[in-house]
Design a protein. Structure first.
Length: 217
């Protein structure tokens, strides 16, 4: 399945304009590919499915991305490896995913829980979701911290700890034929205090919008 996606810029003061990207989504009995995340399915134990995940982060930046970042060292995007469990009940779909920074840039960890409920109105599918995302202090320090050696009068030193962001979203699917589907995925991530208190961050939340087309083979 192929989809087109639209994603606004990062929370950092990078002066970015919203970017457009193409994403590939594919799933069969053994693997699931969704954008930058690949999952190798391990099988089921009752109603719970398990998998191993590999994903590329997109949160790196360079000093040249903004005058505000001048004098800071580059923060590189990384490879995150982990595991995922999911279960579907008659009421909702639940998932939990842990991942660690295998690239060694931050040496951090992340853990995400998600609950999603889907209902239909004719050919229209409506799926609201709630997803807390926990990141440890190492993850936050790498992306949002300011070491003393990189601090300035306008950019004070900052050493964040672990924290939780909360994402609320709504996915709409409209089946226009047996196989093709149009979708819109709308969401907003409320940044936890560890992130929003960083001098590198100029907002309290990050909107997310993805519009696309899926074809099921």
């Amino acid at each position: 399945m192929r989809s087109g996606a639209f994603e606004p810029g990062q929370a950092l003061q990078l002066g970015q304009q919203p970017s457009r990207a193409q994403a590939i989504t594919f799933e069969n009995r053994w693997v699931r590919l969704s954008g930058p995340v690949l999952e190798l399915k391990l099988g089921q134990s009752g109603p719970v499915g398990f998998g191993l995940t590999a994903g590329l982060s997109e949160d790196g930046y360079k000093p040249g991305d903004s005058s505000f970042l001048a004098g800071m060292s580059e923060r590189k995007s990384g490879l995150w490896l982990g595991a995922r469990a999911q279960a579907a009940t008659g009421w909702a779909h639940f998932s939990a995913q842990w991942s660690g920074d295998a690239s060694g840039h931050s040496e951090g960890q992340r853990f995400t829980l998600s609950v999603e409920h889907r209902f239909t109105l004719g050919e229209l599918g409506i799926s609201p979701r709630l997803s807390p995302l926990w990141s440890d202090g190492k993850t936050h320090q790498y992306s949002y911290g300011v070491p003393a050696a990189e601090a300035t009068a306008q950019r004070p030193a900052y050493s964040p700890g672990a924290g939780v962001d909360i994402e609320v979203g709504l996915r709409l699917n409209y089946r226009i034929a047996p196989k093709p589907v149009l979708f819109a995925d709308l969401g907003v991530r409320s940044l936890g205090s560890a992130v929003r208190n960083s001098p590198l961050v100029d907002r309290r939340s990050v909107p997310e919008v993805r519009l696309g087309y899926l074809h099921r083979f």
